[in-house]
Structure formats: structure tokens, C-alpha cells
Design a protein around this ligand. Structure first.
Ligand code: GLY
Length: 279
């Protein structure tokens, strides 16, 4: 049976941001679930869901991304196909509206998996993605960017799993800094027959424990999706004193999530087809 789980980032959401974050994550999940219910592929659904969240300035991805210490926007994204283990990713890409769509293009139109920096930006524009300015990406007001990396994991009717993650990174990051999000096994993972996961939080810690790879290993060892999420998050907290969160699905579409921040915006489809969203 198809399944979907979506996140809008782990952290502390101020009171004024809570309803927009909840509304945005719920709308994205509703759209993704409608597509899955009509037979769309898991890959198409996670790309669409993350595109919606990138376009929502509530979140720190695409429009609404954090600027770096020099005031410009560099973004990271990844899309993973659990059927083939293929993935496409971009790191420190600039001047594109939807990094997740560029990540898909890297996967489908090149023999590479990850493009970074100026090469990624030039690839995107050469592929026809329209250039956008930092002012457009910073959202309005520019002094108040969005908050929260975004991600989605979907299982489609054919039993294929896909994951997508996108981010503008962390506050006060140095130019050129790349976090966990575009790195396979760190910001995202998917493997048919076992499951998929998307991470959020401080990338420096998530990379050290390769958090989504841990989720998959725990699923392969027979843990439930929720137990795998809890165990991987414990690794982050116990091994490197990291802060963040994750969402996951197992091969049957059962969901798990865990976080050790104040909030994590999330939405998922329950076993009876209802959408549950919370912060
Ligand atoms: N997890 C997002 C980042 O550290 O960039």
C-alpha cells in the first residue's frame, strides 16, 4: 500500500511561524498523497512535494533559504531512487528556484550523482532552469528567511521507495559550506525492500553519524520504522551530541520519526488514509 511522510525541519519554531509551518507541511502532504493515490511514482511525488516546500517561504529551502555570512544563498538538495539506488544531488548551488528539480536532472541527464558550486549552477542554467536572484530566494522580508530543511519519503503502489531532501543550510554558514542534505546516507537514503529516510538538523553532526544510513541499517536488522528512527537519532545525540530529526518509511509503508529539538514540522498518511500533521 502506498505511503508518504513529509517534514519541514527540526528546530524551534517561534509562535508566529508555527501555523504557517503546519499549514505548509499539510498542504504538501495532501498534494503528494493525492498524486500517489492516482498512481504517481514515488520519485515524482517526492520531487513534487519538495518543490512545493521549496516554493513556500516558510521553510529554509528554495525561496526562504538562509543567506550565508556574505549575504548570498547557496542551497543543497538530493533525490534518491530506491529501485535503482541511483541518486542526483546538488551542493552549494546558486540562482535556481528549485534545487530538487536540478537534482533530478543530474540523476536523469548526466552520468554523475552530485554537482557542486558554480558547476551545479551553470549546469542548471544550461538545462533551462531560469536564473533567479538572491533577493528572490531570500523571500520577504529578506531579514526573516524561512526555517527548516524540507524532505519527503514515499512508497508507491509498485512498491518503489524514493526520498528527497532540500535545504538552504544553517544560519551564519560560511560561503561554500555544504551540510548533510545532498550527501547520500546523510541527508537521504532509499532502498526498495527496506525503506527510506530524510534528515533535518545540524548537518555537521548528521554527517558524522551518517544518520539516514543508520536508519536503513536498523531497518535491515529488523527494527520497526519507529524503532529505527529512535535508534538513529540516539546515535546522533549520544555519539556526537548532535541535534536534529528524521522521518522514515519501511518497505511496507509504516512510518517513523524522531527529533531532539523543540519541534519538527511533519505530516504523514495514517493507515486509514487520513493525513496527520504536527509540530
Ligand atoms: N541539515 C541541513 C544542513 O545542515 O544544512
Amino acid at each position: 500500500m502506498a505511503s508518504l511522510i513529509v517534514h519541514g525541519g527540526a528546530g524551534h519554531f517561534d509562535a508566529a511561524r508555527q501555523q504557517p509551518a503546519l499549514g505548509g507541511i499539510r498542504r504538501a502532504c495532501e498534494t503528494g498523497w493525492a498524486l500517489l493515490s492516482q498512481g504517481a511514482s514515488a520519485l515524482d511525488v517526492v520531487e513534487r512535494v519538495v518543490t512545493l516546500l521549496e516554493d513556500d517561504p516558510t521553510f529554509d529551502a528554495g525561496t526562504g533559504s538562509y543567506p550565508n555570512t556574505e549575504g548570498f544563498v547557496e542551497m543543497d538538495a538530493i533525490l534518491v531512487d530506491g529501485a535503482t539506488l541511483n541518486f542526483g544531488a546538488v551542493a552549494a548551488i546558486r540562482h535556481v528556484k528549485n534545487p530538487i528539480q536540478v537534482a533530478r536532472r543530474v540523476m536523469c541527464a548526466t552520468r554523475h550523482c552530485l554537482l557542486a558550486g558554480d558547476g551545479a549552477t551553470r549546469f542548471a542554467h544550461a538545462q533551462g532552469f531560469a536564473p533567479v536572484t538572491d533577493a528572490e530566494l531570500l523571500g520577504q522580508p529578506a531579514s526573516s528567511p524561512g526555517q527548516g530543511t524540507v524532505g519527503a519519503v514515499a512508497l508507491d503502489a509498485q512498491g518503489h521507495i524514493a526520498t528527497a531532501t532540500s535545504t538552504g543550510g544553517i544560519k551564519n554558514k560560511l560561503p561554500g559550506r555544504v551540510g548533510d542534505s545532498p550527501l547520500i546516507g546523510c541527508g537521504a537514503i532509499a532502498e526498495d525492500g527496506f525503506g527510506g529516510a530524510s534528515a533535518t538538523g545540524e548537518g555537521e553532526g548528521i554527517m558524522k553519524v551518517m544518520m539516514t544510513r543508520s536508519v536503513l541499517e536498523y531497518l535491515k536488522a529488523g527494527l520497526t520504522a519507529q524503532a529505527a528512527a529512535d535508534a538513529a537519532l540516539s546515535d546522533l545525540a549520544d555519539r556526537v551530541s548532535g541535534h536534529g530529526g528524521l522521518i522514515c518509511l519501511d518497505a511496507q509503508g509504516r512510518h517513523g520519526f524522531a527529533y531532539n529539538t523543540t519541534h519538527m514540522a511533519r505530516a504523514y498518511v495514517t493507515a486509514d488514509g487520513e493525513i496527520h500533521s504536527s509540530l
